[in-house]
Write a protein that binds this ligand. Structure first.
Ligand SMILES: NC(=O)c1ccc[n+]([C@@H]2O[C@H](COP(=O)([O-])OP(=O)(O)OC[C@H]3O[C@@H](n4cnc5c(N)ncnc54)[C@H](O)[C@@H]3O)[C@@H](O)[C@H]2O)c1
Ligand SMILES: O=c1ccn([C@@H]2O[C@H](COP(=O)(O)OP(=O)(O)O[C@H]3O[C@H](CO)[C@H](O)[C@H](O)[C@H]3O)[C@@H](O)[C@H]2O)c(=O)[nH]1
Length: 322
């Protein structure tokens, strides 16, 4: 079957997607510079160490593997880091994507699935948000992803190049049976932090803001299981390989969970109360982000198969590994 080039395939969402690709008969070729990835997550195809900004390295890889399509996860991901170091984000996320696109075009590869984000929308004018919601990002991270979306849209107007931009909401959960899970260092994501506090690995868990205009005062997010995201990527690759047109799609469950509800779920799986500290709001956090996922359903036949409990259970199992 086809080779698929997976940039950032040693990272969290990329590694789960490589597992899903291999289950569907594709061979994932992982290109990762390992700044934030883990070699032990690369188990479903060849590994090529390298940087997406290195054109010569890309040319070698395209020549060696002749991939049918690309899934482009590689990049920097922390919203708050992007505020302190915007140039690093523009360099990695925008220049990296441009170098990759130039290499793909010259190698004759015409299909790419791009990791975008609901952070391209900025402050929600309404929820749930559909793909037509205005895109007014409030961080350099969100801006970097929006600029790449716009470059991809232009390319599909003037070149025979098609892309699916997948705007993830909050990726969460794990695949502990295959020794895969969320492993960012340092960790800033809410579920791993709450679980680590429940396990006594952190002294307490901070709630960032209890005065939001939401039902219980804490932020609401749409947590989507990482294996559901992985499944959507495989579907997006198949869609492009069968001639599908360029499109942007939301990937979320359509259901919001507040930080307080998340704490209750972690307390229920751990069997004890979480040590909590109430902290100020974190800069750049919108009160509520929930996806309207109906277009992904229509175009890819995708619907999330995991509920919030299964997200927390799988994350708990992953964090309980020996
Ligand atoms: N985690 C989320 O909730 C979330 C939400 C929306 C969008 N995204 C996007 O999804 C993608 C994957 O996120 P993740 O959570 O798996 O992050 P991650 O940090 O675990 O994975 C990113 C991978 O890319 C690699 N990488 C970074 N820069 C590179 C470069 N220049 N060349 C080669 N490899 C490079 C890292 O080593 C890492 O393995 C990112 O593009 C991110 O912006 C993530
Ligand atoms: O210790 C913590 C950490 C987080 N939160 C809260 O939990 C929610 C989720 O926060 P995360 O840091 O887990 O996730 P983000 O929503 O900030 O960010 C994620 O989704 C974004 C899209 O909005 C980006 O794509 C980004 O890459 C991805 O990590 C937020 O309301 C945040 O305020 C806490 O209360 N305490």
């Amino acid at each position: 079957m086809h080779n698929i080039l997976v940039t950032g395939g040693a990272g969290y969402i990329g590694s789960h997607t490589c597992l899903a690709l291999s289950r569907e008969g594709f061979t994932p070729i992982v290109l990762d510079n390992l700044t934030n990835g883990h070699l032990e997550f690369v188990r479903w195809g060849p590994f090529e160490k390298g940087d997406v900004r290195d054109r010569r390295r890309l040319d070698e890889i395209f020549l060696a593997y002749r991939p049918a399509a690309i899934i482009h996860f590689a990049g920097l991901i922390e919203v708050s880091d992007s505020i302190s170091n915007p140039i690093a984000f523009f360099d990695n996320n925008i220049s990296g994507s441009l170098t990759l696109l130039a290499a793909a075009l010259s190698a004759g590869v015409d299909a790419l699935v791009f990791s975008s984000t609901c952070a391209t929308y900025g402050i929600p004018a309404h929820t749930p948000m559909s793909e037509s919601h205005p895109q007014l990002p409030i961080s350099p991270y969100g801006r970097s992803k929006l600029i790449v979306e716009q470059i991809l849209a232009e390319l599909s107007k003037y070149k025979e190049f098609r892309s699916v931009c997948l705007r993830y909401f909050n990726a969460a959960g794990a695949e502990p049976k295959n020794a895969l899970g969320e492993w960012h260092d340092p960790e800033t994501h809410v579920i791993p932090l709450a679980i680590e506090a429940a396990k006594g690995m952190r002294s307490h868990f901070k709630i960032f803001g209890s005065d939001y205009p939401t039902s219980d005062g804490t932020c609401i997010r749409d947590y989507v299981h990482v294996m559901d995201l992985a499944d959507a990527h495989v579907r997006a690759v198949k869609y492009l390989l069968s001639g599908g047109k360029s499109i942007s799609l939301n990937l979320g469950t359509g259901k919001g969970t507040s930080v307080k509800e998340l704490i209750e779920a972690v307390e229920s799986v751990s069997g004890k109360p979480l040590p909590i500290e109430r902290a100020l709001r974190r800069d750049g956090d919108p009160p509520e982000l929930v996806a309207d996922n109906s277009v992904a359903g229509k175009i890819l036949g995708w619907s999330p198969q995991h509920d919030f409990k299964s997200i927390i259970d799988s994350a708990w199992q992953w964090h309980s590994r020996a």
